[in-house]
Design a protein around this ligand. Structure first.
Ligand SMILES: NC(=O)c1ccc[n+]([C@@H]2O[C@H](COP(=O)([O-])OP(=O)(O)OC[C@H]3O[C@@H](n4cnc5c(N)ncnc54)[C@H](OP(=O)(O)O)[C@@H]3O)[C@@H](O)[C@H]2O)c1
Length: 282
């Protein structure tokens, strides 16, 4: 029941209309009868600081942060927990009496999604597509799994180079940077032994394909897409499965980053099965 004690939880991003978070977060809050309501707000980059001020003014309990604010939000927060501090990207903010505390639950979400799918990436050669906010969390999770090597390909090469520096700072496996075009064409010797491809770009949200020349990636046996779609698989996962490659989309990652956020916001264990059900039903 919503009454005068109900506190706001929010999602800040641009765009947010495709997000499944309000659906499964509210389902979990209602299931446990907790006094919160979760709403999505479309916040343009130039309005982020005003949105953060509004959260404080309205004494909202906290908020999730999505594209494209995960890195910039750090500068508005009072404290970052250890993993968020390392990756310098935040997707969950808790308001403790006016102090804003930043967390990164994408790392947990990605690790847990691999566990759910029963995949092991230890000893694998990984190609990561993308170098945005979520890519940092993924590099950190991959690094903790002792992969053998990493290639980072991104449309904007400088962002890939920055991310490679980050990976080299924390991990000892070799890291290469590739242009987006070379990666799509599999042009270069470094692509020959790729075992795993991770899509961490925003390509696929609207059903767009990733124009990968699959013939150049015959050693690939696993595809992980952080993008997810309501009611269907992403094009990237569909294309992988057509070729007999094990592939899964970002729904399970979304679920588990949300589970951890829910627990940080409410202090209650999350009703995972309820959240999963609402996520699957969209
Ligand atoms: N499943 C989950 O739980 C979960 C969690 C977090 C994020 N995500 C999804 O992950 C995606 C990326 O999130 P983010 O926070 O990293 O966003 P971001 O910081 O805005 O980065 C977007 C990334 O996509 C690339 N990109 C965008 N349009 C492209 C195009 N037309 N061709 C090639 N590359 C393109 C960007 O390249 P440039 O650097 O060249 O712009 C950048 O690498 C989003 O779709 C988001 O919804 C899912």
């Amino acid at each position: 029941m919503i009454d005068a004690q109900t506190r706001l939880l929010a999602l800040l991003g641009h765009p947010v209309s495709h997000s499944l978070s309000p659906s499964f977060q509210n389902a979990a809050l209602q299931f446990l009868g907790l006094p919160f309501v979760y709403l999505a707000f479309d916040v343009l980059p130039q309005n982020l600081s005003k949105a953060v001020e509004a959260i404080k003014t309205l004494n909202a309990r906290g908020f999730n942060v999505t594209v494209p604010h995960k890195e910039r939000i750090c500068s508005f927060l009072d404290h970052l927990e250890e993993e968020a501090q390392i990756v310098q990207a935040v997707n969950t903010v808790v308001n403790e009496d006016g102090r804003l505390l930043g967390y990164n639950t994408d790392i947990y979400g990605f690790e847990k999604s691999m566990e759910e799918e029963g995949v092991r990436i230890e000893g694998k050669n990984v190609l990561l597509l993308g170098a945005g906010g979520v890519s940092r969390a993924i590099v950190f999770a991959l690094g903790r799994k002792n992969i053998t090597s990493l290639i980072i390909a991104n449309r904007t090469l400088e962002r890939a180079q920055e991310l490679a520096l980050f990976a080299e700072r924390f991990f000892s496996f070799p890291v290469k940077v590739a242009s987006w075009e070379d990666a799509m064409e599999g042009e270069g010797e470094c692509f020959h032994g790729v075992d795993v491809i991770v899509n961490a770009t925003s390509l696929g949200i609207k059903g767009e394909a990733i124009p990968l020349d699959w013939h150049k990636f015959l050693s690939c046996s696993l595809v992980m897409d952080v993008v997810y779609r309501k009611g269907s698989e992403t094009g990237f996962v569909v294309e992988a499965r057509k070729r007999g490659i094990h592939g899964f989309s970002g729904k399970s990652m979304l679920l588990y980053q949300g589970v951890r956020s829910f627990e940080l916001f409410t202090g209650h264990p999350a009703p995972v099965e309820i959240m999963k059900k609402f996520l699957e039903e969209g």
